[in-house]
Design a protein around this ligand. Structure first.
Ligand code: PXP
Length: 260
């Protein structure tokens, strides 16, 4: 890859799930994830992501409908690849639908989707969503077989799971972190060469988002937990502004060829 070739912009999708987590902890209507989404947009988010889980532990069906109705930016509907969820996504008609693996007992999305095991049933869902104009994204580990399978079943986008890398960084496991970053880099290159748009997300903070933003193939980051956590201390607008600055630094390093 030529580091000084045309550098395409990178978008920030803000995930508002954990505003709903706080709301649901108390019951009632506050804090409202739709209000947070509108504030995020005014602070510089390019899109909003929300995950309708099968157990509705945070975002609920009505939140998703309100987000679709009130947002002027793309809505990325994240969900499990089940018949029920695909039917809801088709009904709401978001800009994008990111299919993720989901287990009820997990705390967050652990691991990527097994696109190979998903086979014809997954391909059918990708086709059904894609035919209505929804951009279908598959949330995958940086595994070359999963990337190839994603292209093979007609997904428009792969979102690379950055969670393993971010966990290794947080634990101070430098060797593992660097190895996983290498896999992410190779996966981004492979996916782009197959015509897939490349997104990334899970566990990102300012520093890791800056690093990933220096991958020219990555066109969008989806970030939730860290930004909502920072918002407690700094406010949502400041945390989003600082994230945009981190991403801009990553892109600037790519532009000047400073990326190693
Ligand atoms: N992308 C996907 C597909 C996810 O499942 C999640 C978590 O819901 C995120 C991005 C955001 O991860 P985090 O909340 O750790 O920033």
């Amino acid at each position: 890859m030529n580091a000084v070739a045309a550098v395409l912009p990178i978008r920030l999708g803000v995930n508002v799930d954990h505003v709903a987590t706080v709301r649901n902890a108390r019951g009632g209507a506050l804090p409202d994830p739709v209000r947070a989404a509108l504030l995020a947009v005014s602070a510089g988010a390019d899109g909003i992501t929300a995950h309708l889980r099968e157990d509705r532990r945070h975002i609920r069906d009505d939140d998703m409908r309100r987000l679709k109705a009130e947002l002027s930016v793309p809505l990325n509907f994240e969900t499990a690849a089940t018949e029920e969820m695909v039917a809801i996504a088709l009904d709401i008609a978001p800009h994008a639908c990111c299919l993720v693996p989901e287990r009820r007992e997990e705390r967050t999305t652990e691991g990527g989707l097994d696109v190979i095991a998903g086979g014809a049933a997954l391909a059918h869902k990708v086709g059904a969503l894609g035919r209505t104009g929804i951009r279908v994204s598959l949330f995958v580990a940086p595994d070359p077989r999963q990337i190839a399978a994603s292209a093979g079943i007609g997904a428009a986008v792969v979102e690379l799971h950055t969670g393993t890398w971010c966990e290794a960084l947080a634990a101070g496991h430098r060797v593992e972190a660097d190895a996983e970053l290498g896999r992410l880099r190779a996966a981004a290159t492979q996916a782009a060469s197959l015509g897939l748009e490349v997104h990334a997300g899970h566990g990102l903070d300012f520093a890791s988002a800056e690093t990933i933003s220096a991958f020219g193939e990555v066109r969008e980051l989806n970030i939730g937990h860290f930004l909502i956590g920072e918002a407690i201390f700094e406010g949502l607008e400041t945390s989003i502004r600082r994230m945009r600055e981190a991403m801009a630094r990553g892109r600037a390093a790519l532009r000047t060829g400073a990326v190693v």
